[in-house]
Write a protein that binds this ligand. Sequence first.
Ligand SMILES: NC(=O)C1=CN([C@@H]2O[C@H](COP(=O)(O)OP(=O)(O)OC[C@H]3O[C@@H](n4cnc5c(N)ncnc54)[C@H](OP(=O)(O)O)[C@@H]3O)[C@@H](O)[C@H]2O)C=CC1
Ligand SMILES: N[C@@H](C=O)C(=O)O
Length: 248
Amino acid sequence: MLQGKTAWITGASSGIGEATARRLAKEGVNLVLTARREEKLVALAAELEAKYGVAVALEVADVSDRPVMEVVGEKIAERGGVDILINNAGTMPISPILSGRVDEWEQMIDVNIKGVLYAINAVYSGMAERKSGHIVNISSIAARQTYQSAGVYAGTKHAVRAISDTLRKEAIRFGVRVTDIQPGAVATELPDSINHPKIRDAVKANMYAEGSEILQPDDIANAIYYALTQPAYIDVSELHIRPVIQED
Ligand SMILES: NC(=O)C1=CN([C@@H]2O[C@H](COP(=O)(O)OP(=O)(O)OC[C@H]3O[C@@H](n4cnc5c(N)ncnc54)[C@H](OP(=O)(O)O)[C@@H]3O)[C@@H](O)[C@H]2O)C=CC1
Ligand SMILES: N[C@@H](C=O)C(=O)O
């Protein structure tokens, strides 16, 4: 069903993005992979090309860099565009608002909101012209609720959910589908982006508490695959997936 299509995955150097790259390559999807850690992308591309015979292009980029993302968009358009965007790159340096880590607030807004918008902007007009495409934005359980220290992070994810639903409505007439994926706790490098030591330790202790079973990146890759492979008349608008043990 997806064989021969092309997907652009941002944040493909680890976690959910990397797992999704593997999942889609296994289905014969050609890939464009983006992240800042070039060496990780190079290794992943070599592995997927050898294992599955798909074509993998690399666009090493900081998604919050607007001029760079515009150039990536132009390069993608020159190659004929992509069928799928997995808008996944994100960061989570959370802290109490009183700690006033303004640089980190700006980083989350720049990466998690502006980066998502820049990637949409890079591919949406091409999809609209071709009257076909699927944009999958990775927001979070934090798009629906919040918790202490997560004010700005949850704000960015609420924004992604709002952008996704608006885009879905606007894109109907262009035959472009939009899905917002809202994971709960997934075992990835994301907590390493927390610079506040006490908060980082508390988040990790909570995620990896003895006996608790949280989600794996493959679980989210499978959810993305499900959304992408529904019949053309179905839009999986939102998928909210949490580990059984996660109350909120
Ligand atoms: N793990 C979880 O519990 C949950 C995660 N999510 C969301 O899932 C998404 C993926 O995160 P996850 O896989 O967990 O975490 P990871 O930290 O493993 O992956 C984050 C990815 O984003 C990339 N990235 C970060 N900043 C930038 C940037 N400025 N420019 C380009 N790429 C960037 C990283 O690559 P590099 O550093 O090489 O640039 C990496 O590939 C995020 O949007 C996150 O908010 C949502 C809910 C729960
Ligand atoms: N793990 C976090 C990601 O967004 C969360 O559960 O809020």
